[in-house]
Design a protein around this ligand. Structure first.
Ligand SMILES: C[S@@+](CC[C@H](N)C(=O)[O-])C[C@H]1O[C@@H](n2cnc3c(N)ncnc32)[C@H](O)[C@@H]1O
Length: 251
């Protein structure tokens, strides 16, 4: 069976990429991925002259997955690269979707975890994910905005800590404030919020605010697609330089 290994690089720092993923990158003949993530991979494991990099645009997930499976069917040893964890809003599901559609009987797909942006951001801030939490992508590229609002409302009303990916883009600058409005219907103004931007990369910044502060336009405008936003639950507490959510829940 020819292999396709779908790997997660972690948030960017070489130290946060698992030894297993580094080994797979070193051994593969072909690396397949979104341009930006292949650059990230090159910063972690320098590719050798015999290794081929197949770069593609961000929105071409299905075509990229098929290209990786085709390469493996031709006898190549392929890695498909994602940032963070490959199973979280990333390429593992895209590859599985193609397998589900059918074809590639001689290709074996394996998935190799990485440190996700929510984990990396949380760790920098202390322990805001210490109890039950939900991860929601605010991108409406692959699902309607009405579903996003419904999920935010349900998760916030159930008092989950929320980790928000893809929070705010140039194409949808105002939906982020609307998302915070939906959450704020179930949360106090002083709820701790963690903003992790470029975590594990040279320009890393981690900021702790309150929900009230983040809902100010000048703060919200600083959030972008390189940021992960963690909104605490009713039990999340601010620390001197961070936030934590206790393990136990009040009865
Ligand atoms: C398509 S999702 C990919 C998530 C990735 N598979 C993971 O597990 O981290 C992209 C979003 O992840 C978040 N993200 C990825 N890398 C990050 C980093 N180094 N620092 C902060 N947030 C990051 C941002 O919210 C970004 O918009």
């Amino acid at each position: 069976m020819s292999p396709v290994a779908v790997v997660g690089l972690g948030p960017g720092a070489a130290d946060l990429c698992t030894p297993e993923v580094r080994r797979l990158l070193s051994d593969a003949t072909d690396w397949v991925g979104y341009d930006t993530y292949l650059d990230l991979a090159v910063g972690i494991v320098a590719p050798g002259p015999e290794q081929t990099l197949h770069r593609s645009d961000n929105r071409e997930e299905a075509a990229r997955a098929r290209a990786a499976l085709d390469l493996a069917a031709d006898g190549r040893d392929v890695v498909v690269v994602s940032s963070g964890d490959p199973g979280i809003f990333a390429m593992a599901a895209a590859v599985m979707e193609q397998l589900y559609e059918g074809g590639w009987p001689d290709v074996e797909v394996t998935v190799h975890p990485g440190v996700s942006a929510a984990q990396a951001t949380a760790a920098r801030a202390g322990a805001p994910l210490g109890h039950d939490f939900c991860v929601v992508s605010l991108s409406d590229n692959l699902k309607p905005w009405s579903i996003i609002e419904r999920r935010l409302d349900a998760a916030a009303s159930a008092d989950f800590v929320l980790a928000l990916y893809n929070p705010r883009s140039r194409a949808r600058p105002d939906q982020f404030l609307r998302a915070l409005e939906v959450i704020a219907a179930h949360r106090g103004d002083e709820t701790p919020v963690v903003l992790g931007r470029d975590v594990g990369r040279p320009d890393e910044s981690v900021r702790i605010l309150t929900l009230r502060q983040l809902r100010q336009a000048d703060e919200a405008e600083q959030v972008d697609m390189r940021t992960t936003v963690i909104v605490g639950s009713s039990t999340t507490r601010l620390l001197r330089d961070g936030a934590y959510t206790p393990r136990s829940y009040p009865a």
